[in-house]
Ligand binder design. Sequence first.
Ligand SMILES: Cc1ncc(COP(=O)(O)O)c(C=O)c1O
Length: 473
Amino acid sequence: MRSDEGDFRAMERAAQLAADYRREVATAPRNPTAGYAEIHARFDGPVPEQGSDGLALIEELARGARDGLRPIVSPRFYGWVNGHSHLAGVAADWLTSAWGQNCAGIPMTPAGAAVEAVAARWLLELLHLPAESSVGLVSGATIANFVGLAAARGELLRRQGWNVEDDGLYGAPPLPVLIGADAHNTVFSGLRYLGLGEKRVTSVATDAEGRMLPAALEAALKAAGAPAIVIGQAGQINTGVSDPFSVIAPMIHAHGGWLHVDGAFGLWARASERHRHLLDGIEQADSMATDGHKWLQTPYDCGFAICRHEAAHRRAMEMQASYLTRDDPSFRHPGNYVPELSRRSRGFAAWAMMRRLGREGVARMVDEDVAVAQYMAQGMAAIPGVAVLNQPELNQFMVRFGEDRGAEAGDALTRATVEQIQRDAVAYMGTALWRGRLVMRVSVCSIATTMADADLTVAAVRDAWDTVRGANV
Ligand SMILES: Cc1ncc(COP(=O)(O)O)c(C=O)c1O
């Protein structure tokens, strides 16, 4: 059955359903009322023998999934570092799907490849990164970290006369990996995929908020015995802090090493004049990872792998096949910088968000989110029995409840309060572990969040804590 009139009607209906959902969730975020098992049972069953009408199946999908949707795009969602999937980006993404553009190469999609090239350049300009950097558009920061680390692995070994792309790691010179003690889990996945191992890394001590300590790094670089890959971060997942790049980057390079930075959300501080200083020196990093679906507010999925050494980036990622014809070699070939062949043309949505917000809009969004985080942290700290563990310099902070009753009780009360906040459904926060203790983690990463939302959120936290405290006197 090829696409027919029912499928055209399905597209139009999907647009209507999507707009209705977004209008509703903007003002009245609701918790999912159906959980995984219920939704699964609704959709489960034997493979349908007969196909369905396109419009009917879209109705069936929307009806079946609606009450299991988490309102991630609502203005008071702080549970994980999630952006807003801005409607302008969503609309561009619809076109991307409808156009069916596979961005494997220029001949396949001249428009997809060209717009991606412009988005890549705009990204570097927005983030004040070296213009000669290469950029790959990938599914997210996890894969962007993998790409950066692949380039690092290849280049450091190449400098020692070893071609890892051709010969693999068997018999290769040692390649030490140093990593800040509070790094995000996904960089360990990258190390695993690359045969560098999760466990053979050297952990570098950090300060109380998670910044790498330069003296500890210097000692680790000396002890490493060979040029090392050093993995830093811009934006610690719980505290939002960044490593002191202007100190550590020259140190790493003096030892012949490579600095890769996981900047999944934190790299966007570069877009703001007010906050750029937090990442001073990051422009010296050899490779970086960031996300579009976090602080650029694109829909999922969109990540950027940025590398200051284009040749190393390409050596790690490029693939050849007789049927993959190249256009003018002076054009940016999108497949040179990513691990996939077939892939969606992510450049359309990335371009759309940069076009929609402009340099000024991105900077304003970052500044406003940071201001909201700082204001909420202050508001929560003023509630008796509530401890804010870090004054956010960026958009992430942690909160504990009932700390004065001891650490164990604090864990239990923090969990109970977060669960109460989730039940009350004015705002959504989650928990995390920090230095072995349970915390409520607040991530402000949405362009939709305002100071009015901050007031509602602080009031919701106060109410939930009152309820929990009342039940635990
Ligand atoms: C610091 C950091 N690194 C990496 C990631 C992984 O990014 P993604 O989920 O886009 O792959 C995240 C996601 O929250 C993150 O916050």
